[in-house]
Design a protein around this ligand. Structure first.
Ligand code: ZN
Length: 127
């Protein structure tokens, strides 16, 4: 719906989406970079999964179990972040990247440059 307005009146573009092409490009690169890093970390973490093949004592075993649960927690965090990044990339493809998903206010570039996968504006995040 918004696209028709943009096509007819190019000037509206900056009102609906405060990001310039250059900024979008930078954010896209940031997302790609972050995605690559996270995928590599996830791969590395998963490749280290060996279920106590060299466990000698009970003590070591419980240590490993603890390490394993930490690892799962970290992997979950990485997966969640990856999901958000994927979501942001999809929004970019659909030309829907930029506005807050809750209130529709354009998210500040300052915030996006730190957290390009942000879904909410500063105000909604603080709520
Ligand atoms: Zn908002």
């Amino acid at each position: 719906m918004c696209k028709t307005i943009i096509d007819k009146e190019g000037g509206f573009h900056y009102f609906l989406n405060m990001l310039t092409k250059e900024q979008l490009h930078t954010l896209h690169l940031l997302l790609d970079e972050e995605k690559e890093k996270l995928v590599a970390r996830l791969k590395e973490s998963r490749s280290r999964t060996d279920f106590g093949s060299d466990v000698d004592s009970f003590e070591e075993e419980s240590d490993e179990a603890e390490e394993f649960s930490n690892k799962l927690g970290i992997e979950q965090l990485i997966e969640e972040k990856l999901e958000n990044i994927e979501h942001a990339l999809q929004k970019m493809e659909k030309n829907a990247y930029g506005p807050c998903e809750k209130c529709g206010t354009p998210i500040a570039y300052e915030l996006l440059s730190i957290n390009p996968e942000s879904r909410l504006c500063k105000a909604c995040k603080a709520k």
